[in-house]
Design a protein. Structure first.
Length: 398
């Protein structure tokens, strides 16, 4: 199949005039989604009710959608399942990792990891009460910190604040050289940069689907388990739908024979339907093309901002190969400046303490959008619009 030429703006619903630079936080609605959701609500749930689990194959959705997602992260078929939240999937993968190295007591992570991952590690450590340690190092120290007491390295490939990107192959190789289990969080990687889980050889990976994969707010997460480990890995969250025969209603847990053992709760059918429709956007998209376009757009943005907005300081890696699909600039009045920018229909977001964050998704962005966004940003700064009281009021979500 011939790859589509980017961008494919006609596949998305976006308000007229809006420049959306926040797909790294929540992707826009693919045009295929409303009809798909309506079909499930009205035609399946509405007409079939509980029969939908069988006649509409709702129960098979987690694997079906997982297999749609697998090529985007370089995973084999039947090695990815979808459902629950990312935090739950982190907990599952982390607990399973510790079981693989029962003689080791250290969970290694870095200071660029998303806080929720660290919170889940802290909660698991407190639950186990076996003298486990969460060891956090600077991102550039991760490979050197692999040691013979580290059970698992839990690393987010692309830093949510700065876009700094770890080399998956190098870090995984360092982990395995130390006998450490490798767990990747792909929240800011899936759909943004080429990922090859099978090639890297990591044991586990998790990720969310509402960012670059455009699954919608609260869209279900995914988990990958290396195929050779599935049969010997027993999940700590032994949910009913991860049972080998859930409708046998056995009193004790017996894990499914395949990746389905990492299912926990009932599939969120409506949200999973939105994700399934959203993934169809990728049917003829080449991730290499996405990466090349993303790098071009972000480099244009950096050059334009540095020329027109000298008040801002680049905090993302300047070298594109070390950066994901976002660019972050620091500014003392970053929150208020971002609110002023959003009021002018250029949508980015803010991360404490002073980071203005911009995502570059070439499925629906082009160079004209990027240059126009910088012109509006320049006007916000030149006119000191960030100093207006209305833009200094802190919202619950930044």
């Amino acid at each position: 199949m011939r790859s589509a030429r980017l961008p494919v703006k006609d596949r998305f619903i976006l308000p007229d005039g809006m420049i959306y630079l926040d797909g790294n936080s929540l992707g826009p609605v693919p045009r295929s989604v409303p009809a798909a959701v309506s079909r499930v609500v009205e035609g399946e749930w509405g007409q079939h009710l509980i029969k939908g689990w069988n006649v509409d194959a709702w129960m098979a959705q987690p694997m079906r959608v997982g297999n749609m997602l697998a090529p985007l992260v370089g995973a084999a078929q039947n090695s990815v399942t979808v459902g629950d939240t990312l935090s739950i999937k982190v907990f599952q993968a982390l607990a399973a990792s510790l079981k693989l190295r029962p003689d080791r007591k250290v969970i290694l992570s870095d200071s660029g990891n998303f806080p929720s991952d660290l919170y889940m590690a802290e909660g698991l450590i407190d639950l186990l009460r076996q003298e486990y340690e969460l060891r956090i190092v600077a991102p550039e120290e991760v490979e050197g910190a692999m040691a013979d007491d580290v059970a698992v390295a839990m690393i987010t490939q692309v830093d949510y604040r700065t876009g700094r990107m770890h080399d998956m192959d190098d870090v995984t190789r360092a982990a395995h050289g130390a006998g450490t289990v490798m767990l990747w969080d792909l929240a800011h990687s899936a759909g943004a940069v080429p990922v090859d889980l099978a090639g890297a050889g990591c044991e586990f990976a998790v990720g969310c689907t509402y960012k670059y994969l455009n699954g919608g707010p609260g869209a279900p997460a995914f988990i990958y388990v290396r195929p050779d480990l599935v049969a010997s890995t027993v999940p700590s969250l032994s949910g009913w739908l991860g049972h080998d025969a859930p409708f046998a209603f056995e009193a004790s847990y017996r894990p499914a024979a395949d990746i389905e053992r990492f299912r926990v709760g009932t599939p969120p059918v409506i949200q999973m339907t939105a994700l399934e429709a959203a993934l169809d956007v990728w049917r003829d998209i080449d991730m290499a093309d996405v990466r090349a376009a993303s790098l071009h757009l972000s480099e244009v943005f950096i050059a334009e901002v540095e020329a027109k907005c000298p008040e801002l300081r680049l905090v993302s890696p300047r070298e594109g190969s070390n950066r994901g699909s976002q660019v972050s600039f620091a500014f003392e009045h970053g929150y208020a400046a971002m609110q002023a920018l959003i009021a002018r229909d250029v949508i980015g977001d803010f991360r404490a303490p002073d980071i203005m964050r911009f995502g570059f998704t070439p499925l629906y962005l082009d160079e004209v959008d990027v240059r126009r966004a910088v012109d509006i940003l320049s006007e916000v700064l030149r006119s000191r619009l960030w100093d207006e009281p209305a833009y200094k009021k802190t919202n619950r979500v930044t």
